[in-house]
Ligand binder design. Structure first.
Ligand code: DGJ
Length: 373
């Protein structure tokens, strides 16, 4: 009897302890006891509550059968399912028709309009990854419901900000017919000079893996894999946070980066990305810049520990900044990544690890448990 009581007490303590600990790579139950279903996600803090938005994944397909989910928490560890924030549509031909692909949704709040603005990577139903669009939706409350506004490619008819007269004269000479073979030195140079920017100039730039970032001055940016996933674009958002302004820059042309996650520490912009290997993990990359407009410098992967050269089996999705109680307190940063399970998509797992700074550079060390209190 004593033993049973002791065992029960121990189990209770273990449960209470585990409820406070985030265990990367394991099942993460919400307050209903179900594994959180918010993949490729990002987090918005509004008031005292954190809102986690992500892709709802089904058991047998990664296509969107439900939409974007939302969870709420005040401690970042226990999450309440708020349901579907943006639902897929049942109207045939809708951009977000059930069966389309919705990935990496992110939400930011616009204090000027009082609206919650959701951006995501959208692929039209039945077209594989060829549409390469972003989608935008808006809501009056953080958990939604979000109203789908539009989807399109990015910055049609606009050249990158850094393309001066000389660079534009070079684009005049680029002929895509001369570059059928990828990865040759000449092709590489031409990509840097804007071969694919020119190809997509009229119809708009391709827009796949993405994140959003709101800077200290209130300006917001859309960061996405463009040019056939070869080059990242950072595009400024208009005051309403629902459109681009047309100002954008390119990062790491032909660098083949996906999964961008951006944050700022002590005035330096940092971006963690992945390579392009589908659902398979690869080694994270890291870049820094003194301004969001660059110049961006590449560094070694920030990951350290077992399986670090495969980002611990995951792929970056977001860096969460946890601000201190007062302005004097240092903020903390959490690296968020997904461990994809393409054969059983809803079983995909999460990696949440603290970002530490060593010699001024971000470092992410593997640990099985993270206690945030
Ligand atoms: C890698 C991307 O980062 C994911 O979001 C998803 O698009 C997969 N590729 C699909 O293979």
């Amino acid at each position: 009897m004593k033993l049973t009581l002791f065992t029960a007490l121990f189990a209770l303590i273990a449960l209470a302890t585990s409820a406070q600990t985030i265990r990367s790579g394991e099942i993460w139950p919400d307050t209903d006891g179900r594994h959180i279903n918010a993949h490729g996600g990002g987090i918005l803090r509004h008031g005292d509550t954190y809102y986690w938005f992500g892709e709802h994944k089904s058991d047998h397909t990664s296509n969107a059968l439900v939409g974007v989910t939302c969870y709420a928490s005040t401690d970042l560890t226990t999450w309440r399912n708020c349901g579907v924030a943006l639902a897929v549509s049942d109207s045939a031909g809708s951009d977000i028709e059930r069966g389309c692909i919705i990935e990496r949704p992110k939400v930011i709040y616009n204090p000027q309009t009082g609206k919650f603005c959701m951006w995501f990577h959208l692929e039209l139903k039945g077209q594989g990854y060829n549409a390469a669009r972003f989608g935008v939706a808006v809501a009056d409350a953080p958990e939604g419901p979000y109203r789908f506004l539009y989807s399109q490619r990015a910055n049609a008819g606009r050249w990158p900000m850094e393309f001066d007269a000389e660079a534009l004269a070079i684009t005049d000479t680029l002929d895509i017919a001369h570059f059928q073979q990828w990865w040759t030195p000449a092709w590489h140079r031409a990509i840097g000079q804007g071969l694919f920017v020119k190809r997509d100039f009229e119809g708009g730039q391709m827009s796949r893996d993405m994140t959003l970032y709101v800077d200290d001055d209130g300006r917001a940016y859309h960061i996405f894999s463009s040019e056939d996933n070869l080059t990242l674009h950072i595009a400024e958002l208009a005051d309403d946070f629902l459109h681009h302004t047309g100002r954008y820059t390119r990062v790491a042309p032909a660098g083949h980066n996906e999964a961008p996650a951006l944050f700022k520490h002590d005035g330096t912009y940092w971006m963690i990305t992945s390579g392009c290997t589908g659902w398979e993990p690869n080694e994270a990359r890291m870049f820094s810049a003194p301004s969001i407009w660059g110049p961006w410098t590449q560094h070694e992967s920030p990951c350290i520990g077992p399986n670090a050269n495969k980002t611990f089996g995951g792929q970056s999705t977001f860096v969460l900044e946890i601000k201190g109680e007062t302005d004097a307190d240092e903020p903390r940063f959490i690296f968020m990544a997904d461990i994809w399970r393409p054969r059983h998509p809803s079983d995909a797992r999460y990696i949440w690890l603290p970002i530490e700074f060593e010699a001024g550079k971000p470092v992410v060390k593997w640990r099985g448990g993270l206690t945030l209190q």
